[in-house]
Design a protein around this ligand. Sequence first.
Ligand code: RIB
Ligand code: CA
Length: 570
Amino acid sequence: MTAKMKEIIIDAESMSEDIFEEFFSESSDLTLRAVCTSEKGKPATGNGKVFRGASAVSFYLELMEEPESEEKESFIVVAGRATRLAEALMILGRKPKRKLRILICGGGIMHTDATASAEENFYEDPHAVKTVLDSGLWPLIIPLDLIYEGGFGSGRKPGLDKSELLRHALRLIAEGRTEESSRKCRCSIALRGENRGELLMDSRERAEEPNCRLLNQDGSHMRYCSVRREKGCGSCDGGPMKVIMDADTGSDDAISLMCAALCRKFDIRAICSVWGNSDPEHTADNGARVMSLMGKKVPIYKGLDTALFKYQELCRRDRGNLKPIEINGEVLHMHVDELPIPEATYRREEESAVSFYLDYFSDPKNRDTAILATGPLSNLGLALSIKPEIGKNIREIIIMGGGLFKANITPCSEANFNHDPEAANIVLNCGAKVTVIPLDVTHKTVITEEEREEIRKLNNPCALFAAKLLRDRSLIHDATQPLYIPHAATAHDAMTAAFGADRTLLTELIPVYLRVVEGGDCDGHCSLDRRDESREPNCEIALSGDREGFVRFIKESLAAYGDLPHMART
Ligand code: RIB
Ligand code: CA
């Protein structure tokens, strides 16, 4: 069977002559059928026919209505805005019958050029890109990252400019490699708002059906460049670190509280409850139950019962993700209102969490206290809005929240950040040292079934309770968000305590300017400034962690229950 002829349509605003010499010489297998451009576009056109503006739309319409040919395959390479192609698709009801191969040069995963979150072509007309993505034509995206050495923070490959994206697309077509080196995924584009034009992947464990391919080369552009951390920063070497736990306790928050309370590296000064996994009255009571389980009596302050702004108009909290599920006749909850352990032996304080923060951090003597935050950041967000100066008195804030290539509550956001994006932004920019532990870390640092069994065998009330929580979490994960190790469980929030105790447990930390998207389709999404010249970092975000070290931390902390003076092993 003779190979099909490959005809190319290039859609570009500008293009240099040497592309024609390189790809469309007489000996080439590629034939240039047309160059489409905007009214003002000035691409070199070689001997291709040029269609501008409205005539480009008519050309695409004709192309899409042509019968399929046995002799030739048609490829559209979009190297500028996808406007004209999208307009033709819209006229045809967005789903053309004819098979066409589309390659889109643009978008950026770890690198952007137009704005903090967007590459220029995608920024200029995000609706057009979305129309092409949703056309059912399985476009291949060739992102800006191709011309960079590697992950976030890396420089451009020597000698390569953006026209390399178009060259690469043509090379893939010529060599018949358009299906290779790419992975199927579900992508979307932020259409408006501060991250307009951002290329977004559905990064939930159970993402929606893929709609495109994304060029992945060797995967290097998906990585981050490790950045060495300043020595000793935030370390708690030299005595227990004073901490305030801000939690929506919650199953994994409970594990975090137990580990921190039992680990001799912490001195917990207070627990601030917050809404999230339940209302703040329940999460306060759950905190008191957990402390009582260890015979401890850490003061607990009740926090806010909703986000700073986002739920005001809705007058409700969307807690659909917390619905119980039935597995083998057993009704399981990821988080419950009342933790199934004995009632607390003490009550929370009358003072609110926000006024506690205001008093505590107004006193410079408390500059030695860190915050481990494992719920929506509403309490701290409000305290810092009322009195921004207290930010400089907080030793550091370690946050479980967000996700870069992992999401859980919407296709592109994590629950804690999604619940209160405005508060998250206030905290990120408060001037304190902030470390963010996203889902990317906590979905890697999972606890296996065997490890859970080892925890259970510690056979003390905390270990048994942690093992039960982990078992329920693992069953829910298996049923709804399968992890890379079957029957394993995440314990997201406990990583804040683990990292507070041992700075080697986050293995890849990069300083970044991070902003949480406020409102719109991408509400709660973690958007990094990925330009070559990014804004000053406002936090460090972790990309990976030491799974075994994390599990060791949990086991050792829970085992220390037996060392409590008045406690006997059960
Ligand atoms: O996305 C994980 C976070 O949301 C954790 O803090 C967990 O407790 C849940 O509420
Ligand atoms: Ca939590």
